[in-house]
Design a protein around this ligand. Structure first.
Ligand SMILES: Nc1ncnc2c1ncn2[C@@H]1O[C@H](COP(=O)(O)OP(=O)(O)O)[C@@H](O)[C@H]1O
Ligand SMILES: [Mg+2]
Length: 345
């Protein structure tokens, strides 16, 4: 398990004690009221609350996150649109709450489905920021886990593990990667089911302070939901992350290089396009993650190239430029069409 830094925000006090999740009751409590989320004190004057979309946006600064999302992430058009739609829903929900029209906290649990490297974890971070800015979670941090963080090996180990994770995630987003591994029907006594049951309760009872995002391959998520209708019914938003097209991958590569203050020479760019063309046909291609890894290796080769020439005075241009040779040295260019699964193309 790891907490993803950079998404935490201001703490608010007087929130439900995280320890209260340590012993979820068998019966589901009534879902939290919206007043708890929006801090509407009993008897608060409705006319002191924002009445326009612009006022909510100005208060929350949520538009800045949406703009960043547009700017920093290449492609993902349908995902970006869905996130805008969700943000719109929440802004209107706030306005409705201000008028006393809303009585329940909306369910915000989500499923992000897509292949590896399509931006699911990255978008989860932005989503946490949006939820935080609009006041739907207290802190806005993301705790990212997989089955092993939630499920124990022995009887009695799973509940404490799952509750510990939930405690850490309270006030933010719990991101469960490859969530379908929680459910292993082939093993009758699998402890994953215990974790699922605890999650289900907390997803219902603490939805004013915890948003769960399940992530993984689309087909496996679909099968998981078919076998776990309880989980399926608690997921309000399904977002599909498409694979990137080749031109998007090149654009992503250039953005990644720019962030690290590197660039391609003209020829290196062409070589990288050819690299992508070949790499896309290889097994285990992981979209933007494969691009990141390929660039890491190209930077290593650039460093070795510069390192070899001890006496040469290196200019800024030398230090920042990846040359064609740094790309073309990849094994992908000298190998037969299928490389073994563990090789580094
Ligand atoms: N649309 C995008 N634009 C720019 N960088 C991206 C994009 N999608 C993913 N990345 C980068 O690719 C890497 C893998 O993305 P990640 O969110 O971990 O994917 P996933 O969780 O779907 O496996 C990260 O370094 C991320 O910043
Ligand atoms: Mg991920």
């Amino acid at each position: 398990m790891y907490a993803i830094p950079g998404a935490t925000g201001a703490n608010r006090s007087a929130q439900p004690d995280a320890a209260s999740i340590a012993a979820p009751t068998a019966a589901l409590d009534a879902p939290p009221t919206l007043a708890a989320v929006h801090g509407v004190a009993a008897g608060a004057q409705p006319n002191t609350r924002p009445r326009t979309v612009a006022a909510v946006l100005a208060d929350s600064q949520v538009e800045a996150v949406l703009d960043e999302l547009d700017r920093d992430l290449v492609g993902l058009k349908p995902v970006k649109q869905r996130i805008r739609d969700i943000a719109a829903l929440l802004v209107i929900d706030k306005l409705r709450a201000g008028m006393g029209l809303q009585s329940q906290v909306p369910s915000l649990h989500m499923c992000f489905s897509g292949n590896p490297g399509t931006g699911k974890t990255t978008v989860a971070l932005r989503m946490a920021q949006i939820l935080h800015r609009l006041g739907y979670v207290r802190k806005g941090h993301v705790v990212s886990v997989t089955r092993d963080d939630l499920v124990g090996q022995y009887i009695g180990h799973t509940a404490p593990k799952t509750k510990e994770v939930l405690k850490k995630a309270m006030g933010g987003v719990l991101f469960i990667d490859e969530a379908y591994y929680l459910y292993r029907p082939e093993n009758e006594r699998d402890y994953g089911q215990e974790a699922i049951e605890i999650l289900l309760q907390v997803m219902e009872n603490h939805r004013d302070d915890l948003v769960v995002i399940l992530a993984g391959y689309k087909d496996r998520m679909d099968t998981f939901f078919q076998s776990n209708p309880g989980m399926s019914s608690r997921i309000a938003h399904h977002l599909d992350f498409p694979d990137y097209a080749q031109d998007e991958l090149l654009h992503i590569a250039q953005m990644m290089l720019q962030q690290q203050r590197y660039r391609f020479s003209g020829e290196a760019r062409e070589s990288f396009e050819r690299y992508l063309q070949l790499r896309l046909q290889q097994p285990h291609f992981a979209n933007a993650r494969s691009v990141r890894n390929a660039l890491d290796r190209a930077r290593l080769r650039q460093a070795s190239r510069l390192f070899a020439d001890r006496q040469r005075e290196l200019s800024e241009d030398d230090l920042c430029t990846l040359e064609a040779s740094d790309i073309l040295a990849s094994r992908l260019f000298n190998e037969s069409p299928t490389c073994p699964p563990n090789s580094k193309p």
